[in-house]
Design a protein around this ligand. Structure first.
Ligand SMILES: NC(=O)c1ccc[n+]([C@@H]2O[C@H](COP(=O)([O-])OP(=O)(O)OC[C@H]3O[C@@H](n4cnc5c(N)ncnc54)[C@H](O)[C@@H]3O)[C@@H](O)[C@H]2O)c1
Length: 276
């Protein structure tokens, strides 16, 4: 038996992280588009890793449980890489909330029931949620602790409160951060750690869709005017994930680390500040 890495979302960010933490372990990668999971498995198996692709829909608890069961065939679940999502240009408000908000909450909850002692997890949220104003303690508590099956019924998530798909994505990512905090307490009781990374614009197919989507100019302006003056790479996100998941990160859990080239700083105090 081997330690098992469960990896949801066969995208570039997940790949970069899996390469850092997955060698010598069994990696089970799930994606709604099985061809994406298969492509990642091919790349990694040809580079000495041990990867099995699985079709998985993050919007479905049954599908998430199936991913976990598949992983447990090979050993104990030691690592979670949670990097599946749909972006604002890829899906409707309803789908974004179902996949990114509800699905992530279920994934963190279900893996938290089986993660081994000493296990680690990292979820990928987004800097996008950081541009939204504070929602207040009451709503933060609701997002953090409402039972997963009731989450999508919260008043704050009803259509009259969600302006557009970007707002839905930001709400999902804010919720992710709060769920990671709440779940880290449960993971801690099992001797495991869970953290979140909020990346800025990272060049991946998802970001390329955004560059070519209705908010393309907005995105290009954002990286041009952030202190770093460029988008980031998946490998730079993996640098942070590696720290969070290594013994050097043993005192870090339940937190979100922003890695955005300073875009959020510029949004509040620099040239990206909205002109009212
Ligand atoms: N790329 C960026 O600029 C950026 C910025 C901030 C945050 N992020 C976050 O990073 C994470 C990874 O994104 P990426 O850039 O690697 O994107 P990506 O498009 O390369 O990968 C995302 C993967 O998720 C899969 N997916 C979509 N819906 C799914 C579902 N219902 N069930 C299972 N899998 C599903 C897609 O098929 C795709 O393979 C996402 O959570 C994203 O929000 C990305």
């Amino acid at each position: 038996m081997k330690d098992v890495v469960l990896w949801a979302g066969a995208g570039q960010i997940g790949l970069a992280i899996a390469r850092r933490v997955g060698f010598g372990k069994k990696i089970v990668v799930g994606d709604k588009r099985i061809e994406n999971a298969q492509a990642m498995a091919d790349i990694m198996n040809n580079a000495g890793y041990d990867v099995t692709p699985v079709e998985m829909d993050l919007a479905s608890r049954e599908s998430i449980l199936n991913l976990i069961t598949e992983g447990q065939k090979y050993g104990e679940i030691a690592i979670l890489i949670s990097a599946a999502c749909v972006s604002p240009s890829q899906a409707s408000i309803e789908t974004i909330l179902k996949v990114d908000l509800y699905g992530t909450a279920v994934l963190l909850e279900e893996v938290g029931k089986v993660i081994k002692n000493g296990g680690v997890g990292v979820h990928i949220s987004s800097q996008s949620g950081w541009r939204m104003p504070q929602l207040g303690n009451e709503i933060d508590d609701q997002l953090a602790t409402t039972p997963t099956e009731e989450l999508l019924s919260l008043p704050i998530l009803q259509p009259e409160h969600i302006k557009d798909t970007l707002h839905a994505y930001q709400m999902a990512k804010r919720c992710n951060e709060k769920r990671v905090m709440a779940q880290a307490c449960k993971w801690g009781a099992r001797g495991a750690r869970l953290n979140d990374i909020a990346p800025g614009i990272i060049v991946t197919p998802l970001a390329v869709d955004e560059f070519n989507g209705p908010r393309g100019d907005f995105y290009k302006n954002m990286f041009a005017k952030c202190p770093a003056g460029r988008p980031g790479t998946a490998d730079e996100v993996a640098n942070v994930a590696e720290l969070l998941m290594s013994p050097a990160g043993a005192f870090i859990t339940g937190t979100t680390i922003l890695i955005d080239g300073g875009a959020t700083a510029s949004y509040y105090y620099g040239p990206l500040k909205p002109q009212n």
